[in-house]
Design a protein around this ligand. Structure first.
Ligand code: SF4
Length: 145
């Protein structure tokens, strides 16, 4: 029998793909999905390498943009392209588990900053935002929700 598929943020699975080359393994998640086919997901590491400078969600003219912390580069489009090319490979996935607080993966837990980089509110990372639009019938959760 085919296993159910779940997309999980790769750093929760033990991959050292975070900006600081560390991981954030979540044993509870690993245990919960032990009988699933796990599909690791990380849009940042393939694009920007590991380690890399941090990125942030910045609200500019009412829209969220993803900006690098040190060089102030707008990398929104690059991330959108990377995430969209991942999504088309997995149209049938019914569960997604995302790393909290991340500018890419966070679901309602990501700090959104104003243009002066002061905290504005909590919102979604760019991948969570795209997943919510593309996977209408899928259970999408943040690791802490
Ligand atoms: S939170 Fe998402 S983008 Fe950041 S390292 Fe983990 S999987 Fe990659």
């Amino acid at each position: 029998m085919l296993k159910k598929q779940v997309i999980i943020s790769a750093c929760l699975l033990g991959e050292n793909c975070r900006y600081d080359a560390q991981t954030k393994v979540n044993k509870e998640i690993l245990h919960k999905y032990k009988d699933y086919e796990i599909i690791p997901f990380c849009p940042e590491a393939p694009l920007f390498g590991t380690p890399r400078q941090r990125i942030s969600v910045i609200e500019i003219n009412g829209k969220n943009r993803i900006i690098t912390n040190e060089t102030n580069e707008d990398v929104t489009q690059k991330l959108q392209d990377e995430i969209n090319s991942f999504i088309i490979k997995y149209p049938q996935v019914k569960e997604i588990v995302l790393k909290s607080k991340s500018p890419s993966c966070g679901l309602g837990t990501t700090p959104v900053l104003d243009e002066d980089k002061f905290f504005l509110k909590y919102g979604n990372g760019i991948a969570a935002e795209i997943f919510l639009k593309q996977f209408h019938y899928t259970n999408i959760r943040d690791e802490i929700n």
